[in-house]
Design a protein around this ligand. Structure first.
Ligand code: PRX
Length: 649
């Protein structure tokens, strides 16, 4: 590394931060040498109802994978996020809500939030929702989404939040998999001045006969727009709240009882219901939130993610609220009404810590200085990024233009499965290198392995694995333990496989290079190639489809699809648009292909496996690096594909 690309910790930052270099080293050492002792001590930050006696009972052995933390302890997650703060900071702001329309905002204190959550928890009970039941949330970014999640946690129901940008088909799949009893939604969402037909989408999802498990739909009135109403099934949130009692004792939950499921894409099959439980998850979310963001009481913290993703769960809601922080929830999109919106929100609410995604940074950067025009930004102290590798150019722009060269950037690497941040700088301890997520958090033992699973030493590159458990780790795939074991513990036996590749440099810093499996990362949204392919082939004119990721200047990766049509169908621009619309309907706008290439056939091995490697090279114009194609079942398709691709570009 050249000296210029190293950003050392300033002495003032080290002195003011929770964690300086010596503290990091000592705590990290203790956390990996004596995990039981370390986590027993850290677990004191949680209010346990019944204290645990055992800390860590975990096995990554693929014959009996089992992950339990604090198993005999009991707690209530909502009480940890609300009740215990009432005495000390009941009148402080828990949530600042900023509407899509810049004229709208609200502030909600811990006491008010506690009141709302208790009432809605009673309302849910009144709808026959009990401990262990799954409640699906398909909601806009309004305070009620936080109320609903915490109300579930209060009564021991399991929430399953589905991103509001997913289609009715995708929503139905998740409702069915969770066997959900109740769906909570809004009449419409509001994003970038446009209305999102959430209730209508739920209605459409429920036309699928397999969704009969759903008994009630609870609807928050957001826009007052016209919606269809089914009196036996639909209930207004406001009507329930009007009559609900405001005292609701939090349910005593086992540390290993489920808190939520959240669906995420893998390299094969349908999205998986990642299961997180209560004690370990909350502890890990809270500790990482405090240490990685170096959170100081009274500060305003803003994570721009949607609550439909894990980032929203751990770092808009659970981590910050468990720490008694003020968390900002923004309803809209970064560029509405214009590209200065993020900067304007920072100034308006005097945000101290801003946590966003490289894709948002790149779209601001694309506007040149306009994104920061008229902005002061002096409240900012720390910046964070998540979701995809950040290119050094975007890193520098973020650092210099948004952070005015005095805010450290924490590049946080983690996954839906990990519950919280695993690799990241700590602002008072870690010298920064643009593009590197740097070093492991406490208790995290990363490793790099070759394709045979041999652990590699020193400065090297390989598949990123984690060698031991941590409290925030997923506990399983909802009702599919075998798939859990197969997906994460079989590729490299005895290790948790992340699906990512990484490089480790001479300072022991990690540089995430991206997915090594068939998973795409489009604008920080994770998508399986298999998922998009199966949506494509569900169209009656499509015989076969293969999806690959290609570099994209704003989105990180774009979606490139090769399509073989059924005999008798002719390619046309109209059909191309039809297929794009089709994917939008099957999955949602985030999965719409950026490019569709018509293919007379696909390169396959003689056993019928599609050679994506070759397709990826063609899509990125790397015709000379195709490797040996003579072993293909029909090598002749390759030159044809190259020719069509050249004509397209
Ligand atoms: O490939 C990595 C990428 O996002 C994947 C996880 O996606 P998801 O489960 O949707 O969670 C995203 C938010 C935690 C990872 O396997 N990823 C996430 N953060 C980073 C990253 N890649 C590089 N650098 C990061 N900081």
């Amino acid at each position: 590394m050249s000296a210029t690309s190293l950003y050392p910790v300033s002495p003032e930052a080290a002195a003011q931060s929770l964690t300086d270099e010596a503290t990091y080293k000592a705590m990290y050492q203790q956390s990996v040498v004596n995990p039981d002792g370390f986590w027993r001590e850290q677990a004191e930050r949680i209010d346990w109802i019944k204290p645990f006696t055992q800390v860590k009972q975990t096995s990554f052995d693929d014959h009996h994978v089992d992950i339990k933390w604090f198993a005999d302890g009991t707690l209530n997650v909502a009480a940890n996020c609300l009740d215990r703060h009432l005495e000390t900071r009941g009148d402080e702001i828990a949530i600042i809500w900023e509407g899509d329309d810049p004229a709208e905002h609200r502030e909600i204190t811990y006491r008010e939030l506690h009141h709302e959550v208790s009432k809605f928890a009673n309302a849910l009970r009144g709808q026959d929702v009990h401990r262990g039941d799954v409640v699906t949330l398909y909601m806009p970014m309004v305070p009620e989404v936080a109320v609903a999640m915490l109300a579930c946690a209060r009564i021991g129901a399991i929430h399953s939040v589905v991103f509001g940008g997913f289609s009715p088909e995708a929503l139905a799949g998740r409702i069915i998999d969770g066997n959900s009893k109740v769906v909570i939604t809004a009449d419409e969402g509001l994003r970038g001045g446009k209305r999102v037909p959430l209730k209508a989408n739920v209605d459409e999802a429920l036309t699928n006969p397999q969704t009969r498990c759903v008994q009630k739909i609870i609807v928050v009135r957001r826009t007052g727009g016209d919606i269809r109403w089914h009196p036996h099934r639909d209930i207004w949130y406001e009507d329930l709240m009007r009559v609900a009692g405001d005292v609701c004792a939090p349910k005593e939950m086992g540390a290993e009882e489920p808190l939520f499921i959240l669906y995420t894409s893998g390299s094969t099959g349908k999205p998986k219901g990642v299961l997180h439980t209560s004690g370990g998850y909350l502890l890990y979310a809270a500790l990482t939130h405090e240490r990685v963001f170096d959170y100081r009481p009274g500060e305003i913290y803003w994570c721009t993610a949607d609550v439909g993703w894990i980032t929203g769960h751990s770092y808009i809601l659970y981590g910050p609220l468990a720490n008694g922080a003020t968390t900002l929830i923004y309803e809209g999109v970064p560029n509405y009404p214009d590209v200065t919106r993020i900067a304007k929100i920072v100034d308006k609410h005097q945000v101290n810590i801003l946590y966003t995604a490289p894709t948002a940074i790149r779209s601001m950067m694309a506007e040149g200085p306009a994104a920061m025009e008229g902005a002061d930004g002096s409240s900012l102290r720390l910046l964070g990024t998540v979701g995809e590798p950040i290119n050094p150019e975007a890193w520098h722009w973020y650092y210099e233009t948004v952070g005015k060269s005095h805010c450290p950037i924490v590049d946080t690497w983690w996954q839906t499965e990990t519950g919280g941040i695993l690799i990241s700088p700590l602002p008072g301890a870690t010298a920064l290198k643009p593009g590197s997520a740097t070093r492991p958090f406490f208790g995290i033992v990363p490793g790099l392995v070759d394709n045979l699973g041999n652990l590699l030493e020193g400065a090297t590159e390989g598949n990123l694995v984690i060698l031991d458990s941590w409290p925030g780790q997923m506990r399983g795939i909802y009702r599919d333990h075998d798939r859990f074991v197969d997906t994460y513990f079989k590729t490299f036996r005895g290790m948790y496989f992340t699906g990512d590749g990484a490089r480790r440099d001479e300072d022991g810093y990690y540089w995430i290079t991206g997915r090594v499996d068939d998973v795409l990362n489009v604008s920080g949204h994770r998508m399986g190639t298999a998922e998009i392919e199966s949506a494509m082939v569900a169209h009656r004119k499509v015989a076969e489809a293969a999806v690959v990721g290609v570099p994209h200047p704003l989105k990180g990766q774009g979606i490139y699809v090769y399509v073989t049509l059924v005999a008798g169908e002719e390619p046309s621009d109209q059909l191309r648009q039809e297929l794009q619309q089709w994917v939008r309907k099957e999955i949602g706008p985030i999965a719409v292909p950026d490019a569709i290439q018509w293919a007379p056939g696909l390169p396959k091995t003689r056993s019928g496996k599609i050679m994506r490697r070759i397709l990826r090279k063609i899509a990125t114009d790397e015709y000379d690096a195709l490797g040996d194609i003579s072993t293909l079942a029909d090598p002749g398709v390759v030159p044809q594909l190259i020719e069509t691709h050249k004509k397209m570009s």
